[in-house]
Design a protein around this ligand. Structure first.
Ligand code: BGC
Length: 736
């Protein structure tokens, strides 16, 4: 397992770090300051404040300290930090509050390890939120985390992970939102909007193409300009448009040979020039390699350089570069202005983050409802699910510590939930561990779901005992797990610890076997045809036991749809090998030009390969009919209209997915979608505006999106592979 430089510090003993002084220092700007007039634009206010700052104060704002565990020999952090990922002390003279940064997208992270006893609500993994295909769910989750962060004194969240799933073995897929730019851009954009609604700056990351962890600090992602603009960068573009995050985190890797945090193309040309991004770029922790080059390429803030970078580039080296004329003062001012602007735009000055009570019950409900909206029912033979819980006589619950809790992904995004680690001591116990089970045990919830049933647990360590328990029970619910985390990838798609044999043995003993998957990315399921049902919950987060019981009993009808394609095996992938994932020296480059912009389902379509489950797929306890499809092209606007009907006996939701094949393309692209909630027998016509950038190509020479014009094929359906009759529309050429 490879670790980034300095990460050993994350697991060092905490040396009295829990100084809870940040909130006290987060003072509001005195009213006398002209920039405290909230009626002025964030830009104007930033200009006014910038004009008052000394050069020392400007340099103070362009680098943060690491506020996590330190070694005794490291210099101490200046006082006032809460203790988390990053910190910049307050500038009291001008009323700038302390900048307190915390990870991340699945909840306020690592709190227990740095601030013992301070817990947070864990959301389910990112793919769950994406699988909801519901912008409202994403917004609510973001607002929940943002609210908790604010109530703990944090004003920056390092949340907004959106790296596309090019690599199903990527250890951080659980922090992201799947493989499609439109779905990921919409969902992550909404989550960011939710965070910022709580007066907390959100940080979209990791910009860009940090799509695997193996060799993440050295490897160069090789890809053509058009391909990256239409895939990974499009996801960022859409999410930034929608969510307006105050900051962007550049990633560890190189892109076409240049480090992301000193990549002029990515930062200056694309982000700041083409997208007119007004916020600031912060580095990932250890992502800076230069002063002048990085600053001139568009990096605005160095994160935790005193611990993670070779030197603190944005201090003496930058001052020297400035003196030599390699960097202009105007650029230093621009860096500071961008930082201040984002704080004004989020309302950080007017609504300072400070310790406040948290409604834990309401927040747990947000987490549980996210799971209920995004769990994906992958298989359900002969109506095995939903279980008739009131009548069930016996249930065998097997495996994955389901008697104690549910698994979480590892690394900087890890949240400590109230109650702590339900299964402490599993290796690795140090970073990116500990392996954490959140204490929301499915066993207890299943017992509550089926009060008359004899519910018994088998750990699964003894396969014969588990099979024997399954044989004497009416149904068997087998939980399987695969831990993933930051800084490492899975070498393959297999389930660890002999769990395939466990599932096969249980399924053999009881045909009513239901598998619940707790994983960060797709796994191989050699036993798939032997089991009755499979429910994908990824890392299911807060109050997951209840959520899982609600889904299995039909109290909630599953409505999640895969935000990824589920490969049968690695041979189907653009890169069947992931060199050095199991150890050894990673190569210098990874070739993303192989699939280019055709990530995920587009790759499968281009190659004519059938994945195990297609993108957009998911079952329900009711049935739906879609159609007919109408497509209306008026000027620049293309709208698809379709009727979705619930033809079954239960209320439920389906997702109308509209795919477009642009002239000359082999694969279709998701261009619009809508989640439709319907009572039994109800039908509704939905109008879905198609995202124009998905109808267009990125024209490198023109540096913009161009609708080529001609015949476009539009289809609608319930997955990328299950679509209705195509409609051809003629679009005229245009530039966006
Ligand atoms: C991760 C970031 C994280 C940062 C601060 C890095 O290792 O890549 O996602 O925000 O640490 O904890």
């Amino acid at each position: 397992m490879k670790r980034k430089a300095g990460n050993a510090l994350r697991c060092a003993i905490v040396f009295g770090l829990a100084t809870w002084m940040g909130t006290a220092l987060a003072q509001q700007a005195p009213a006398a300051h002209p920039w405290s007039d909230a009626k002025l634009s964030p830009d104007k206010r930033a200009d006014l404040l910038l004009a008052q700052l000394t050069q020392d104060e400007k340099f103070h704002l362009i680098r943060s300290y690491y506020a996590g565990p330190r070694k005794p020999e490291d210099k101490p952090v200046p006082p006032g930090y809460i203790g988390s990922a990053g910190y910049i002390p307050a500038l009291d003279r001008v009323g700038i509050p302390a900048i307190q940064e915390s990870d991340a997208g699945l909840g306020v992270a690592t709190s227990d390890r740095m601030r013992p006893g301070d817990y947070a609500t864990p959301l389910p993994a990112g793919p769950v939120t994406a699988a909801s295909w519901d912008p409202k769910i994403a917004f609510r989750g973001g607002a929940m985390i943002g609210g908790e962060a604010h109530a703990k004194g944090f004003n920056v969240l390092l949340a907004g992970g959106i790296n596309l799933m090019r690599e199903p073995r990527n250890g951080r897929n659980f922090e992201y939102a799947g493989e499609d730019p439109l779905l990921a851009g919409t969902i992550v954009g909404e989550a960011i909007r939710g965070i910022e609604s709580q007066h907390v700056v959100s940080t979209i990351k990791h910009y860009a193409l940090n799509d695997q962890e193996t060799g993440r600090t050295t490897i160069s992602a090789q890809i053509g300009e058009q391909a990256m603009r239409e895939s990974d960068l499009l996801a960022f573009e859409l999410a930034i448009e929608r969510g307006k995050p105050g900051s962007v985190m550049c990633s560890y890797n190189k892109i076409n040979g240049d480090w992301a945090c000193e990549n002029d193309y990515l930062l200056n040309q694309v982000l700041k020039r083409d997208w007119k991004y007004p916020g600031f770029v912060m580095s990932d922790w250890g992502g800076v390699h230069s002063a002048a080059k990085a600053v001139n390429a568009g990096l605005d803030q160095e994160s935790a350089g005193e611990i993670f970078d070779k030197e603190i580039y944005f201090d003496a080296p930058l001052k020297t570069a400035l003196a030599k004329g390699e960097v202009k003062q105007a650029r230093i001012d621009d860096m500071v202005k961008r930082i201040l602007r984002s704080f004004f735009a989020a309302g950080v000055f007017e609504h300072p983050a400070k310790k406040a009570p948290i409604d834990e019950k309401a927040n747990l409900a947000v987490a549980r409802e996210t799971l209920e909206a995004g769990a994906v029912l992958l298989r359900n033979e002969n109506g095995l699910l939903p279980l008739d819980a009131t009548k069930l006589e016996s249930i065998a619950v097997i495996g994955a510590h389901a008697d104690k809790g549910v698994l979480a992904g590892g690394g900087s995004s890890l949240v400590s939930a109230k109650g702590g680690n339900a299964v402490p001591g599993l290796k690795p116990t140090d970073w990116p561990g500990p392996i954490m089970y959140h204490p929301y045990a499915p066993l207890k919830a299943l017992q509550a779901m089926a009060p008359k049933a004899n519910v018994q647990f088998a750990s699964g360590d003894d396969v014969a005992a588990a099979a024997a328990l399954a044989a004497k029970s009416k149904v068997a619910v087998v939980f399987v797990q695969k831990w993933a985390g930051e800084a490492f990838d899975a070498p393959d798609l297999s389930l660890p610890d002999g769990q395939d044999a466990l599932v096969a043995a249980v399924a053999k003993a009881n045909p009513h076997t239901i598998v619940v998957l707790e994983n960060g990315s797709p796994v191989a399921m050699p036993w798939l045809n032997q089991v009755g049902a499979v429910l994908e919950v990824w890392y299911p987060g807060g109050d997951a036991g209840t959520g899982i019981a609600n889904l299995l009993s039909g109290k909630v009808n599953p409505s999640g749809r895969l935000p990824i394609s589920w490969p049968r095996d690695v041979a189907q992938l653009p890169r069947p090998d992931l060199p050095a994932a199991a150890g050894g020296t990673p190569p210098d480059t990874v070739d993303y030009a192989i699939e280019g912009a055709n990530v995920g389902y587009r790759w499968y379509q281009m190659k004519g390969i059938q994945p195990l489950f297609p993108f957009g797929y998911g079952l329900s306890y009711t049935t739906f009919e879609h159609g007919p499809l109408k497509v209306d092209a008026k000027g620049d606007k293309v709208t698809a209209t379709v009727t979705v009907a619930n033809t079954g006996k239960r209320a439920g939701a389906d997702v109308a997915q509209v795919y477009v094949q642009v002239p000359g393309a082999k694969a279709k692209r998701l261009a619009g979608f809508a989640k439709v909630f319907l009572k039994p027998g109800e039908k509704r016509e939905v109008s879905i505006p198609l995202e124009r950038k998905l109808l267009a190509d990125f024209d490198v020479a023109k540096r913009g999106w161009v609708v080529r014009g001609g015949e476009y094929v539009v289809v609608e359906g319930s997955s990328s592979e299950t679509v209705g009759a195509p409609i051809n529309v003629t679009l005229s050429a245009s530039t966006l």
